[in-house]
Design a protein around this ligand. Structure first.
Ligand code: GDP
Length: 358
């Protein structure tokens, strides 16, 4: 499955956050036979629709979609030259499908900052500069080969041009992700460039920031189009020790109405380019993970590859219509259940039953 790699400078709260993520790990509960890797945290994607579906269908259990985070060692200045855990760090990050950058915003005299002061946007630049430098090296190394290929094979010319355009973006100090509207990054996927991956920023904040919408908007705008999540990693880890009522009280005291991990799971899922559709029955109500833009047969294939091969049609009702009707039979009677064919593009919140040949 797709993963987000957690990166950031030392002492910004990565371990604190990752520990909170692993403690809410759903693997043990729902996938007892899966191997649990120590550096992977698999968290549920919060989805209140599942409980509602479970009521309508009297499902025995609900199974949420999940989001996977990989813990990657801290980055330091000079990592692209091999400083710190430089090379190992870059290799691990290359394997992740998206980058989840933890940034320190919290003020705490007891926690030393590697650069001596708390300056979130300067930290973002420090980390991104290392990633950008690593990408520049990758492209410089590849260019002679791409030039040679473009001379003999016509279809390699767009690849060369995309690599040259990417080099120019990196030269100007920007990530490729931020220029994804201008360059067809798909053309240079083979180079597995780090900054071409989707970015998500986690601003590890204190109460002062969490309750300051202007400051939050300013930070979010500075890293857009990437998604931003604001949370207090220390509070998140404390929440897991509390019963629901005390947890809600603690959240309220820092101006939040839900755990930051929920927002993080949603943002991570979105950043990975994923969406869900739903199935429901007496056994379970379940959210299934598909790529944004997946067709009905591709969605069926997530349940079982035979379902994709033998796909005939999908019976689809939107979650809202189903809940409004009160039951599948009532939704059918009201003409709300559509028959969709193999070209149908799935919409988030579709409740689906597939028909297939085996
Ligand atoms: P890492 O080096 O990025 O993994 O950072 P750690 O998670 O080890 O955190 C470094 C220090 O900062 C630890 O002493 C944490 O307890 C503390 N810390 C982490 N998150 C927060 C936070 O949100 N607020 C405060 N005040 N301290 C934090």
């Amino acid at each position: 499955s797709l993963t987000l790699g957690i990166v950031g400078l030392p002492n910004v709260g990565k371990s604190t956050l990752f520990n909170a993520l692993t403690r809410s790990d759903v693997l043990a509960a729902n996938y007892p036979f899966a191997t649990i890797e120590p550096n992977i945290g698999i968290v549920p994607l919060p989805d209140p629709r599942l409980d509602q579906l479970a009521k309508v269908f009297s499902s025995v259990r609900t199974v949420p979609a999940t989001v996977s985070f990989v813990d990657i060692a801290g980055i330091v200045k000079g990592a692209s030259e091999g400083a710190g855990l430089g090379n190992k760090f870059l290799a691990t990050i290359r394997e992740a499908d998206a980058i989840c950058q933890v940034v320190r915003v919290f003020d705490d005299g007891d926690v030393i900052h590697v650069d001596g002061k708390v300056d979130p946007l300067a930290d973002v630049e420090t980390v991104n500069t290392e990633l950008i430098l690593a990408d520049m090296q990758t492209i410089e190394k590849a260019l002679p080969r791409l030039e040679k290929e473009a001379r003999t094979a016509k279809d390699r010319k767009p690849v060369l041009e995309a690599a040259q355009a990417a080099a120019a973006v990196l030269d100007s100090g920007r990530t490729l992700f931020s220029a994804r509207d201008k360059i067809d990054l798909g053309l240079i996927r083979e180079l597995t460039l780090l900054t071409a991956k989707p970015f998500l920023y986690v601003f590890n904040s204190d109460e002062g920031i969490l309750t300051d919408p202007e400051k939050r908007a300013e930070l979010a705008a500075a890293v857009a189009p990437a998604d931003s999540v604001f949370l207090d990693a220390k509070v998140e880890s404390e929440l897991l020790e509390l019963d629901e009522e005390s947890a809600l009280e603690l959240l309220e005291s820092v101006g939040q109405d839900e755990p930051g991990l929920h927002a993080l799971a949603r943002a991570g899922f979105h950043t990975l380019g994923l969406q869900t559709y739903l199935t429901a029955g007496p056994k379970e109500s379940r959210a299934w993970t598909i790529k944004q833009g997946a067709t009905a047969p591709q969605a069926a294939g997530v349940i079982h590859s035979d379902f994709e091969r033998g796909f005939i049609k999908a019976e689809v009702v939107s979650f809202a219509d189903l809940i409004a009707a009160g039951s599948m039979a009532a939704a059918k009677a009201a003409g709300r259940v559509r028959i969709e064919g193999k070209d149908y593009v799935m919409v988030d919140g579709d409740v689906v039953e597939f028909r297939f040949n085996v």
